[in-house]
Design a binder for this molecule. Structure first.
Ligand code: ZN
Length: 128
């Protein structure tokens, strides 16, 4: 069975895909990650019990890392005109909960969290 380095869980929003791919390329991960795209990323992951998707990536490809990507103006959060820092704070709660769930099952996995601004900037949040 083939192995890969990471599993990437990102929002499905078309506006962020190029920036996510660029960011992953800068990390040297191109061609070396499983890709999961769900509305709201961690929000959908938690509400729909999608831990199985990450589990599958772990079992099939022995991943070492998980990347959670959220973004400004996410339709799944519907935070409207709220300041972007407040949007991030709200989404961060779900990101932290998703990261904890993954770490509880697989403490050896590194879980990284990142937030994308629609201008293309990406900030790294503290990894678990
Ligand atoms: Zn979104």
């Amino acid at each position: 069975m083939a192995n890969c380095q990471a599993c990437v869980l990102t929002c499905m929003d078309f506006r962020i895909q190029a920036a996510v791919a660029d960011w992953l390329r800068q990390k040297g991960l191109t061609g070396n990650y499983d890709y999961l795209s769900l509305p709201g990323a961690s929000r959908n992951f938690l509400s729909e019990g999608k831990i199985k998707l990450v589990e599958l990536s772990y079992q099939l490809h022995q991943i070492k890392e998980v990347y959670l990507f959220h973004h400004e103006d996410c339709g799944a959060y519907d935070l409207g005109d709220m300041p972007v820092e407040e949007q991030l704070a709200r989404q961060r709660q779900d990101m932290d909960a998703a990261a904890r769930m993954i770490k509880e099952r697989h403490p050896e996995l590194e879980v990284h969290m990142a937030f994308l601004y629609l201008n293309g900037n990406v900030i790294n949040l503290t990894a678990l």
